[in-house]
Design a protein around this ligand. Structure first.
Ligand code: FE
Ligand code: FE
Ligand code: ZN
Length: 285
């Protein structure tokens, strides 16, 4: 089964997002846990939540993929900013926990000159504190693979693995089903992983370094830049340098099937509808 969807606006509530997904033949969706322009997180209303649960079940949705706000930097230099990021993550997770099977992905952060090693350490400390604060957490937290733009950490599978390992060490326990990875095709391509020529090799590398069991969601994007450019500019499917063929191979890869695929391509409703149709037609099962 191809599970695919895109980022939707939370402004009309959760049932409205599921309805919007169904209207374009999507069976998952992503949403920001907080308005990107700031403001308080709205709580989920009970009636809205119940309608959402019913729709998710009836239409056999894959897990939804919530996205943390871009504004939080878990490895900021300033302690106050890290505290802010931690509290925001805890607040976000209280919200996603209301949705059964919800995934929550976040950008591991920018080390802003402190060096990747320090960045990795700070983000791991923050994650360990979040998990310690939420012993009953149901949501699975996903580290997004990054393009390595500026001082981003998480630009190699090895860095992502270090964040996982250090978090588990600091927390003093394994987080197998609570801490995973969201692989963004534009980001890993920009990070230097050539999924157009060597998808099998890249997945082998991921498996060896992190373990495919940790891979819980995909962001499916083409890239405006060359492999290894460390730029992070998304293109529509088939209109970038990764190309349609390679992205069709991604959705059809036996190791990736059944994961939720989230489009983060520069589109509006009609564009997403077309991309979903294109990819459904190219899906082989
Ligand atoms: Fe992201
Ligand atoms: Fe992404
Ligand atoms: Zn991106």
């Amino acid at each position: 089964m191809l599970y695919i969807g895109y980022h939707e606006s939370t402004s009309g509530g959760f049932a409205a997002m599921a309805e919007e997904a169904l209207s374009v033949n999507a069976n998952t969706f992503a949403f920001f846990t907080r308005n990107p322009r700031g403001g308080k997180t709205k709580p989920i209303e009970k009636a809205d939540a119940e309608k959402l649960y019913q729709m998710l079940e009836e239409h056999k949705f894959a897990p939804l993929v919530a996205h943390a706000p871009y504004t939080m930097n878990p490895c900021a230099t300033d302690e106050g900013l890290r505290e802010y990021a931690k509290n925001m993550m805890i607040e976000n997770l209280a919200k996603t926990d209301i949705i059964p099977g919800c995934l929550y992905n976040f950008h591991p952060g920018c080390h802003v000159g402190q060096g990747a090693e320090t960045g990795i350490k700070l983000t791991s400390e923050l994650l360990a504190e979040v998990f310690a604060a939420l012993p009953e957490l149901k949501t699975t937290v996903l580290i997004e693979t990054m393009a390595g733009k500026g001082t981003e950490i998480g630009k190699t599978f090895a860095e992502v693995r270090q964040i996982i390992d250090l978090t588990e060490q600091k927390l003093g326990k394994k987080l197998d089903d609570k801490l995973g990875v969201c692989m963004d095709t534009c980001h890993i391509w920009d990070g230097g992983y050539d999924i157009a020529s060597n998808l099998d090799e890249v997945l082998k590398d991921f498996d060896k370094t992190i373990g495919l069991a940790r891979l819980k969601a995909m962001h499916l994007n083409d890239s405006l830049n060359q492999c290894g450019a460390h730029k992070d500019r998304h293109a529509k499917i088939g209109e970038g340098n990764i190309g349609l063929n390679a992205l069709v191979n991604v959705i059809n890869h036996p190791l990736l099937q059944n994961l939720p695929f989230i489009l983060e391509t520069p589109n509006e409703h009609d564009g997403y509808k077309k991309e979903i149709e294109l990819l459904r037609n190219a899906f082989k099962q």
